[in-house]
Write a protein that binds this ligand. Structure first.
Ligand SMILES: [Mg+2]
Length: 388
């Protein structure tokens, strides 16, 4: 009996430097040179993806673009082209789906696949992983790194270990051997804060962590502590869920210059609310919870939310709620970033028992007409006075 009997076979497939690789693939003059995909230099945006040539200069995602220029002035900077990456992402998904329906995308460039049920059709999981890698290479001219393990946690760590173009298998009888030397930061849920807490106790590797008792870890870190206890032993029962639903719809914006003026902030909120409302209506979704995120010039970030009694996707409703939330925020400093999110989503029409049902219906109809006009004649055809 081999060590895999009765265990799941989970793949984590992660594209290598995805956005940058797509750009290099589509323009041969970019091959072999540092390419950085992100916002423009004079804005305060950050790196979305860096080619491996750019990484040699210490450039990585989430680094401010200004820092990119300091480290590597000759890097080619390109704007983020989400529609293009999404199209490639769909082609990748199509390849995945020929091997299993159990595909759980995490983002445009990575996904979990449960291939346990595919073995009789396609052969061992190792072979399926290699086939997927080869097809991505041949059909899309891109490379992916793959991790194979008996759960999501281990597969995700494995795919990251030998990038680019890597393939790492975690054998079930060698899980501890695999995990023990890794630094605690590799574990899901260990952010900067938790890592620091652990470091002060001289816990640096998974092996160090595994020597702690469950009760002690839970006392120290709360819920995360008991999760860490299990993860340090390679235990993770979470299933691969293929029908991932949209959890929230959000928009945020970073200002070129910090804003202290409340009126101006409200105007920005209107624009964000309209964007969020329209995306929600496009997907036929309504949400009950509306959240506001505010980042101050010192990077301190707060978020406030309010839950409605009835789900909505109307711009006015979203706008009214976020304005109310903003009024409750003390502006001790100018604001650097603001975001609006609609969550607690539903796609079911709730029965509207309120007296205002008819009124709401009218506003929904009017909003639908406005969306149609905008789609046909462009964004500026109908706009609110406040945005002019
Ligand atoms: Mg990736």
């Amino acid at each position: 009996m081999d060590a895999w009997t009765n265990l799941r076979k989970i793949l984590h497939v992660d594209m290598d430097a995805f956005f940058a690789s797509v750009e290099q693939r589509d323009d041969p003059s970019l091959q072999g040179i540092p390419v950085v995909v992100g916002g423009s230099l004079n804005s305060r945006s950050v790196v979305s993806a860096a080619s491996y040539e750019a990484r040699k200069f210490g450039i990585h995602s989430a680094m401010p673009m200004a820092e990119v220029y300091r480290r590597c002035p000759h890097a080619v900077l390109l704007p983020v082209n989400i529609p293009k990456y999404r199209a490639v992402s769909q082609q990748i998904q199509q390849i995945f789906l020929t091997y299993t329906p159990m595909v759980e995308p995490l983002s445009l460039d990575e996904a979990f696949l449960d291939v346990t049920g595919s073995l009789s059709l396609f052969g061992p999981a190792e072979k399926i992983a290699q086939l997927i890698k080869r097809r991505i290479q041949l059909e899309l001219n891109l490379t992916a790194s793959v991790g194979l393990a008996c759960n999501k946690f281990l597969a995700k760590i494995a795919s990251d270990l030998r990038k680019p173009d890597g393939f790492v298998v975690v054998q079930p009888d060698r899980i501890q051997e695999f995990l023990d030397p890794l630094s605690v930061e590799r574990i899901w849920g260990v952010g900067k804060k938790t890592a620091e807490q652990l470091h002060t106790l001289n816990i640096r590797t998974v092996r160090d962590l595994r020597n702690l008792e469950q009760g002690y870890l839970t006392k120290l870190l709360g819920v995360i502590g008991s999760q860490l206890y299990l993860l340090a032993r390679g235990t993770d029962e979470r299933p691969v869920t293929s029908d991932r639903v949209v959890q929230s719809i959000g928009r945020e914006t970073t200002f070129a210059n910090d804003i202290a003026d409340r009126d101006l902030l409200e105007t920005v909120l209107l624009k964000l609310s309209v964007d969020v409302g329209r995306s929600a209506r496009k997907e036929s979704l309504k949400g009950k919870t509306i959240s506001l995120k505010v980042r101050f010039s010192d990077f301190k970030t707060i978020s406030r939310s309010h839950t409605l009694t009835q789900a909505s996707n109307l711009d006015d409703v979203i706008y009214r709620e976020v304005c109310q939330l903003l009024r409750e925020v003390e502006l001790r400093q100018p604001v650097r970033l603001m975001g609006v999110t609609l969550s607690n989503l539903t796609d079911k029409e709730e029965s509207q028992l309120s007296l205002f049902a008819e009124l709401t219906q009218d506003r929904e109809n009017l909003t639908k007409v406005m969306d149609l006009v905008k789609e046909k004649y462009g964004e500026m055809s109908i706009t609110r006075a406040k945005l002019l």
